[in-house]
Design a protein around this ligand. Sequence first.
Ligand code: THU
Length: 160
Amino acid sequence: MNEIKITSKFNIYNNNSELSEQENELLKKAEEARENSYAPYSNFRVGASLLLDNGKIIKGNNQENAAYPSGMCAERVAIWNAASQYPKAKILKIFISASSTTHAVDKPVSPCGSCRQTIAEYEFKQAKDIEIFFTGETGKIIKANSLKDLLPLAFDNSLL
Ligand code: THU
């Protein structure tokens, strides 16, 4: 029996003043998207923005449904929006911002497991790491340099 140890690395920003101008623009787009989310059941609003290698910024937000499992997370709405419009473009960065109409969200909100699996699909497909930034309405911003830091030993099509 061998043991392996997998480590992840994250950058923690105290607030948006530590981000670059372009990263601030992406954060603003994620916040704009968040404000248009449809979240009447959870009151939890999530917005995502993607920077593509063709320079486009694509947005998405969570879309809930009275039949709860039929709803969709912001990250996947944004990714599939991008993939459907620009199937050849690579995703360089993803920004995620969350807020609630019932309480202050002051901690970084990390992507759920299904969204991590979806990001994994595109990171493998494009053979290029995707930077993932996530935050709340206020507070720190966490950056992962790759989905691999959030989902080690991910399932991918080489295992099929
Ligand atoms: N949600 C997202 O949009 N992204 C995530 O990564 C986590 C959860 C949404 C789904 C649902 O509309 C609400 O947040 C509460 O779970």
